[in-house]
Design a protein around this ligand. Structure first.
Ligand code: PHE
Length: 344
C-alpha cells in the first residue's frame, strides 16, 4: 500500500466489515473479542496499517497517520456505543428474569401450636393462679386408698361403680379422678388446683378411657357453698365470657356434702336454647361441693374448725365446648386438619 487513496479504500472495507460483523454480536464479551481483532496494538488490523507507513512517500506520511488514527477513533466509538447498548440490553434481560411477582400468594409457613387441651389447661391454670391458687400435680398411679377409701368411698361403696378403672394390683390403680390430690394436700389454709390425666373404663363420643381433669380444693375457717358459687361465677365469666351465669343442681359425690352439679348459661345462644345446650339454655361443666367432714378427718384436719369446697372439671369437655368439637376422640387423633383450625 503506497498512497492515501488505497488506504481509504482499505479503511472503508474494514468499516463495512465491522458494521456487518457487529450485527451478529449479542454480548458485551463478544464485542470485546471482536474489537480486539481490529484495535489490538500489536495484532489489530487497524493498528497494523501503521506498518505500511514505510512504503508511503514522505510528504504523505502525516496525512496517512492521521487517517489511520481517525479510523481508530471511529472504531473505538463504534464499539463503545455498541457495548453500551448491549450492556443495557443485558441488564434489562436480567431484570426481567429476576422479576418478582409480588401478587403471587405466599408459601404458607406451617408452625406448631399447643394442643387444645394444653391450651385450656394453661388458661385455667392462669385464671386460678390469679385467684391465689397454688398448682399441685399428683401422680397418675395412685393407691386405692387415696383414690377411693380416703375420699369416703370404701371398698364396698356403690359409688365405686361410677368410676371403674384399671387396677395394677389390688393396692394400686390408675387414678380415676384428680380428687386424690385432696387428701395429699397440706394443712389448712389450703387453696390448690391439681391438673392431670385420669383413667376410667369409659368409651363413647364424649368419654374416653383417658382424659384430663382439674381439681380445685379450698379449705379454711368459715368456707361455705357461697364461696364456691362466687368463685365459680368469676371463673366461668373469664373462660366463657362476661354474660355467663352459673346454676347449681343437687348431686351426689361421696367426698362432698352437699354435692352439686354446676351448669353454665349457654354461651352460644345466651340461654334461649340451641343445639349445643340441647335446647335447655344450660350446659353442665363440672361437679363440686362442700368437702365431706369425713374426708377432712381422714386427712387429719379438724372438721369443727375448718371447712372447704372442692370442684373437679374435665379439660377435654371444656375444650370441646370452647372449640365446638363434638367427638372427644378428635382431641386424641392428632389430625392436623382439625388441630390447624384451633389456634387460640
Ligand atoms: N371427682 C369428681 C369426678 O371426677 C368431680 C368432683 C370433684 C366432684 C370435686 C366434687 C368435688 O366426677
Amino acid at each position: 500500500m503506497q498512497d492515501l487513496k488505497e488506504l481509504n479504500e482499505v479503511i472503508t472495507a474494514i468499516k463495512e466489515e465491522i458494521r456487518q460483523g457487529a450485527d451478529a454480536l449479542t454480548t458485551s464479551k463478544s464485542v470485546y473479542e471482536f474489537k480486539k481483532t481490529f484495535l489490538d496494538n500489536k495484532q489489530g488490523r487497524i493498528g497494523l496499517l501503521m506498518k505500511e507507513m514505510r512504503n508511503v512517500a514522505n510528504d504523505q506520511k502525516a496525512e496517512f497517520g492521521k487517517t489511520i488514527n481517525g479510523a481508530k477513533e471511529w472504531a473505538n466509538n463504534f464499539f463503545d456505543e455498541l457495548d453500551q447498548k448491549l450492556k443495557e440490553k443485558e441488564q434489562q434481560q436480567r431484570y426481567e428474569s429476576e422479576k418478582i411477582d409480588i401478587t403471587m400468594p405466599p408459601v404458607k409457613i406451617r408452625y406448631g401450636n399447643l394442643h387444645p387441651v394444653t391450651t385450656v389447661r394453661n388458661q385455667l391454670t392462669d385464671i386460678f393462679t390469679s385467684m391465689g391458687f397454688e398448682v399441685y400435680e399428683g401422680t397418675e398411679i395412685e393407691t386405692d386408698y387415696y383414690n377411693f377409701t380416703a375420699l369416703n368411698t370404701p371398698q364396698d361403696h356403690p359409688a365405686r361403680d361410677m368410676q371403674d378403672t384399671f387396677y395394677l394390683s389390688p393396692e394400686f390403680l390408675l387414678r380415676t379422678q384428680t380428687s386424690a390430690g385432696q387428701v395429699e394436700a397440706k394443712k389448712p389454709p389450703i387453696k390448690v388446683v391439681s391438673p392431670g390425666k385420669v383413667f376410667r373404663s369409659d368409651d363413647d363420643a364424649t368419654h374416653s378411657p383417658m382424659f384430663s381433669q382439674m381439681e380445685g380444693l379450698v379449705v379454711d375457717e368459715g368456707i361455705t357453698l357461697c364461696d364456691l358459687k362466687g368463685m365459680l361465677d368469676m371463673f366461668v365469666q373469664r373462660i366463657f365470657g362476661k354474660q355467663t351465669k352459673t346454676r347449681l343442681r343437687p348431686s351426689y359425690f361421696p367426698f362432698t356434702e352437699p354435692s352439686v352439679e354446676v351448669d353454665v348459661s349457654c354461651f352460644q345462644c345466651g340461654g334461649k336454647g340451641c343445639r349445643l345446650c340441647k335446647e335447655t339454655g344450660w350446659i353442665e361443666v363440672l361437679g363440686a361441693g362442700v368437702v365431706n367432714k369425713k374426708v377432712l378427718e381422714n386427712c387429719g384436719i379438724d372438721s369443727n374448725k375448718y371447712s372447704g369446697f372442692a370442684f373437679g372439671l374435665g379439660l377435654e369437655r371444656i375444650a370441646m365446648l370452647k372449640y365446638g368439637i363434638n367427638n372427644i376422640k378428635m382431641l386424641f387423633e392428632s389430625d392436623l386438619r382439625v388441630l390447624d383450625q384451633i389456634d387460640d
